[in-house]
Write a protein that binds this ligand. Structure first.
Ligand SMILES: [Zn+2]
Ligand SMILES: [Zn+2]
Length: 394
């Protein structure tokens, strides 16, 4: 192992918007709670960095695959004033990348469940395990949460050090994959699929088999919702997006139908009319917002609820939206949000599901790059026509 490694580093200028008040905690830590309010002029490049040293409770992973996330795209895209689009917590500079798998190449002294050669998928939410949210069963809302690739060194790098407690073994996946490369890239999909799982089944409380589902947005989180909805026994899943390629992909991954909402508008109709039609006037029992376009989706969603129907909001955008809350009363509807994928057995359950070979997760990957071309992978992500763009480390 060399002393240094290549890593994709995101830099930017700490330049809070004039109307934004920086908190004492933000000033002290250098971590912006809402990146888009503070970080300006993002710059990304491959740099040489030291291979991280591991603590006693950590393993060193040789990264084998890392997906490009919409949040990565939002960290290098800017608005008209040069601020990043991403609205989550970020501390710069940082090595990017959080949807990853790796091979254990070194283990700390107190590590007891992992050994050199193991294939693992780590959680990207670094929960402390000590604060009140953690100790009451809400690790994704940890008070001291750090996020891999945003406030803690990420996996668009040849190596990453990670605590044993965040790692899940992929061994069960080996049997259904034709090669290790395939296992590692499928494993890197657990993180985004986990966000869909967490929103639908942990936060919103899931649905009964035979339910109707509607998914707004057919990026990776929406596609994950299609996979999980199908696996959980939804009778019908309809998807809405504004990109034809993504609509086609949603159908290929198990949706019953997918509609380009721009095309619907041209035809003088809209998603809520489609939902009511395909559900025979019942409405959707579970609605997933994975578009991050609340101003356009919420007005449709509130006309699409089935009685007792649930909305889970997973799209990220720091926007306010008007909502007609009266429908929640008469229809007993609910709205929940979720972030992350840690805890609740999410990672190990998805590994179990993938290892049956019956969940077509790999279809989500529509482009592949090697790590040397990671900049091209990020550029491509701004087109928003792909499912998942996967970066492999040969
Ligand atoms: Zn992500
Ligand atoms: Zn905590």
């Amino acid at each position: 192992m060399g002393e240094t490694m290549n890593a994709l580093v995101l830099r930017g200028d700490w330049d809070p918007r004039p109307d934004y008040t920086v908190s004492a905690a933000e000033r002290e830590s250098g971590k912006a709670t809402c990146a888009s309010a503070v970080w300006r002029n993002p710059r990304i490049q491959l740099e040489e960095r030291p291979v991280p040293a591991i603590a006693d409770d950590e393993v060193l992973l040789r990264v084998r695959a890392c997906g490009v996330c919409g949040s990565d795209t939002h960290c290098h895209e800017t608005d008209a004033s040069g601020y990043v689009i991403f609205s989550g917590p970020v501390k710069l500079p940082v090595i990017m990348g959080h949807e990853y798998t790796g091979e254990v190449v070194d283990v700390g002294r107190s590590v007891s469940t992992l050994k050199i050669g193991d294939a693992v998928a780590p959680e990207g939410m670094l929960w402390c395990g000590i604060c009140r949210p953690c100790r009451t069963g809400h690790p994704n809302q940890c008070r001291h949460l750090e996020m891999v690739g945003f406030s803690s060194p990420g996996a668009f790098a040849e190596y990453i050090a990670v605590k044993e407690k965040y790692c899940w073994k992929l061994n069960a996946l080996r049997d259904v994959c034709s090669s290790d490369d395939e296992m590692y890239e499928v494993g890197a999909l657990i993180e985004p699929i986990g966000c869909s799982y967490n929103g639908m089944f942990v936060s919103a409380g899931g649905f009964l088999p035979g339910a109707y589902c509607a998914v707004f947005g057919a990026g990776p989180i929406g596609l994950g919702a299609v996979l999980m909805g199908r696996a959980a026994g939804a009778a019908r899943i309809v998807v809405f997006d504004v990109v034809d390629e993504r609509c086609a992909l949603a159908v290929a991954m198990g949706a019953d139908a997918a509609y380009n909402s721009l095309e619907l508008a041209k035809q003088g109709t809209s998603p809520h009319e489609v939902i009511m039609e395909v559900t025979g006037g019942h409405g959707a029992d579970m609605l997933v917002e994975a578009a991050g376009a609340a101003t356009r989706t919420v007005p449709e969603i509130e006309k699409s609820y089935a009685p007792n129907g649930k909305l889970v909001y997973l799209g990220r955008a720091a926007t306010a939206v008007e909502a007609q809350l009266d429908v929640l009363v008469s229809n007993a509807n609910s709205i929940s949000g979720a972030r992350g994928h840690a805890g609740y057995g999410i990672f190990p359950n998805i590994i179990r599901m993938l290892s049956t070979g019956r969940v077509p997760a790999r279809k989500m990957i529509t482009s592949r790059y090697t790590f040397a071309d990671v900049m091209d992978a990020l550029d491509r992500s701004t087109r928003r026509t792909d499912g998942k763009i996967m970066v492999r480390f040969p």
